[in-house]
Design a protein around this ligand. Structure first.
Ligand code: ADP
Ligand code: MG
Length: 374
């Protein structure tokens, strides 16, 4: 079932929590609402659910206006961050709850409810815990029960508000994979709120990035990462290294550091944004970039070696982080305190006043001195 969000505005007193939000969610998609705390994600989700009313705008499910429908009539499933299970009920009773309280003419028979609960518990792989109480479950198990309960009403729309927020990293990863598989199998349309970029990018078909009550960008994870439409989106999708300089001829310069740029930039004051894998490290500067650094720390844990760098003879607001392969690290063998040079392979130029960054790519070896390679 598709969801159309049309021009939704919501005020709390004089505070505008949502500013004219529009978003199309096609049938069967899993859409992530990503944004910092306070950006309006929960408010938007509650308006989709019918738990909150909008001041302006409409919500349509499969083309039908549901703006005035009560939460019960919208037939959506919810999962919240805090498990919200009934403590005095067993797992099976919790999952059956929504069905048990239906008016008698809509309620399936007791046998049918038992059967459906059994199926749902098998689906979340917790059939063996049916007679336990919530206090006897781990956090991850409680969230799976909450999900089974949300699915008991056979919703075509599932809304999840930071469902894994309170769990530890390992369990979160398992549950993510599992939610994705469930989504694929049952084809409901899901809206998933998170403030965790990795979670949003891994799970979603589309991600809507929110900031201060507005949607900054809606795109596939791949496009969002490759082409962030604004500086906010850039900053929000992980650590970024920033070089601020003044354009002198074709050189963007700050103190003794500079990067040679192609023609076509009009403003004097530019910033280059580079992610940790968009830079190469060398023992000598290249012909098109002179960015000297000292190595502050080296972290060997993970798929790549992460170096933290502080500028030498120029300044950055934050230290830079660069990831190199273990292979490169082993052949180079740098130590803390060593000097090195960063060479951009890709950089995103942000001009004062320009809406979107402009992405530059340097071809391997272009304007470069091969002797400088480590
Ligand atoms: P998020 O889920 O992205 O953290 P919320 O949607 O919960 O953000 O909140 C967005 C903004 O609206 C916040 O500044 C929050 O304080 C405010 N807000 C949310 N609900 C209420 C409410 N019932 N009354 C007043 N302000 C609220
Ligand atoms: Mg929230």
């Amino acid at each position: 079932m598709s969801i159309s969000i049309e021009g939704i505005t919501k005020n709390f007193g004089s505070f505008q929590a949502l500013k004219d939000i529009s978003l199309e969610i096609p049938d069967g998609q899993l859409v992530g609402l990503l944004g910092p705390s306070g950006s309006g994600k929960t408010t938007l989700l509650r308006i989709i659910a019918g738990l909150e009313t909008a001041d302006e705008g409409r919500i349509l499910f499969h083309g039908e206006d549901v703006t005035r429908l009560h939460v019960r009539e919208r037939r959506v499933g919810f999962v919240f961050q805090h498990y919200a299970l009934f403590r005095h009920m067993t797992v099976a009773q919790n999952v059956a709850f929504g069905l048990d309280v239906l008016p008698s003419r809509e309620r399936p028979s007791a046998a049918e409810i038992r059967k459906r609960v059994g199926t749902l518990l098998e689906m979340v792989q917790l059939g063996h815990l049916a007679q336990r109480y919530p206090a006897q479950l781990s956090g991850g198990q409680k969230q799976r029960i909450a999900l089974a309960r949300a699915l008991s009403m056979k919703p075509q729309i599932l809304l999840l508000d930071e469902p894994f927020g309170a769990l530890d990293a390992r369990v979160r990863k398992d549950l993510r994979r599992w939610l994705r598989a469930l989504h694929e199998e049952f084809h409901f349309t899901s809206v998933f709120v998170t403030h965790d970029q990795e979670e949003a990018l891994e799970l979603s078909d589309q991600v809507a990035v929110m900031s201060a009550g507005s949607i900054e960008q809606v795109d596939s994870p791949q496009r969002l990462y490759a082409r962030p439409a604004s500086r906010f989106v850039f900053d929000f999708l992980g650590q970024v290294n920033v070089f601020k300089g003044q354009l002198e001829g074709r050189e963007l310069r700050q103190e003794n550091a500079w990067v040679h740029l192609p023609e076509g930039f009009s403003s004097n004051s530019l910033q280059l944004y580079m992610r940790s894998h968009e830079l190469r490290l060398q023992s000598a500067p290249s012909a098109y970039a002179h960015l000297p650094f000292r190595i502050d720390s080296i972290s060997l844990v993970g798929a790549e070696v992460r170096l933290e760098l502080s500028p030498v003879g120029w300044s950055t607001e934050e230290p830079w982080g660069v990831g190199i392969t273990h292979e490169h690290f082993n052949s180079w063998q740098p130590s803390r305190g060593d000097q090195c040079y960063a060479v951009p392979q890709v950089a995103h130029v942000i001009e004062e006043g320009a809406a979107a960054p402009h992405t530059l790519r340097w071809e391997q070896g272009e304007m470069d001195d091969p002797a400088a390679m480590i």
